[in-house]
Design a protein around this ligand. Structure first.
Ligand SMILES: Cc1cc2nc3c(=O)[nH]c(=O)nc-3n(C[C@H](O)[C@H](O)[C@H](O)COP(=O)(O)O)c2cc1C
Length: 171
């Protein structure tokens, strides 16, 4: 599949079949996240794979959308700010960018092998921290649901290319 076809194929999936995701497929998705580029190759993140029913239910309770309860796997993408590269001019880290690239690699890899994903950012961070038991230095940034799709997802609505792209300057 050409990359552009894969980018079109990946849509947010918010309904999942109950069948579990095999270790082989899960590992392929995680490997795609591992291979993602990061600033100075510092890889300032960890992935927490949640598959046990009790833990999935506790995680889903941290998010208002009921659909998350159906996901057989949730991958929590967690940032480690102390490990992140800092820009010398303003000490800004790009840790969220690093983690987002890894998450995006995973969603695309999942789509490539027929699995569905959805990014979840609208969770209660305090509650998620508690469920995952992460230390203070670690921030759960994004939850990715993962499973066999039980829907096709919505068709893509995006700004037209002529409204999105400017050339040379903002003007
Ligand atoms: C950073 C981020 C956070 C998101 N958080 C949520 C969320 O909390 N709940 C949800 O249902 N979808 C969430 N989404 C999915 C977006 O709504 C979805 O990607 C967007 O509407 C485009 O649709 P598509 O993924 O099907 O192309 C999130 C997406 C991103 C990139």
């Amino acid at each position: 599949m050409k990359f552009i076809e894969l980018a079109k194929k990946r849509v947010s999936i918010r309904s999942y079949k109950p069948e579990p995701v095999s270790d082989e497929l899960l590992n392929e998705v995680l490997e795609a996240g591992r291979l993602a580029p990061t600033a100075c190759n510092l890889q300032p993140f960890q992935f927490i794979v949640v598959r046990e029913k009790k833990n999935l239910a506790a995680l889903a309770a941290c998010y208002p959308g009921e659909w998350l309860q159906e996901a057989p796997v949730v991958i929590a993408v967690c940032t480690q700010i102390s490990k992140a590269w800092k820009r010398k001019y303003d000490a800004r880290t790009l840790v969220d960018v690093d983690a987002a690239i890894a998450a995006d690699h995973m969603t695309l890899a999942a789509a490539d092998i027929g699995l569905g994903t959805c990014w979840v950012g609208a969770f209660d961070p305090k509650a998620v921290r508690k469920v995952l038991g992460v230390p203070r230095t670690v921030e759960p940034l994004i939850l990715l649901s993962l499973g066999h799709p039980n829907e096709n997802g919505r068709s893509k609505v995006r700004q037209p290319i002529e409204k999105l792209v400017r050339y040379e300057t903002w003007k």
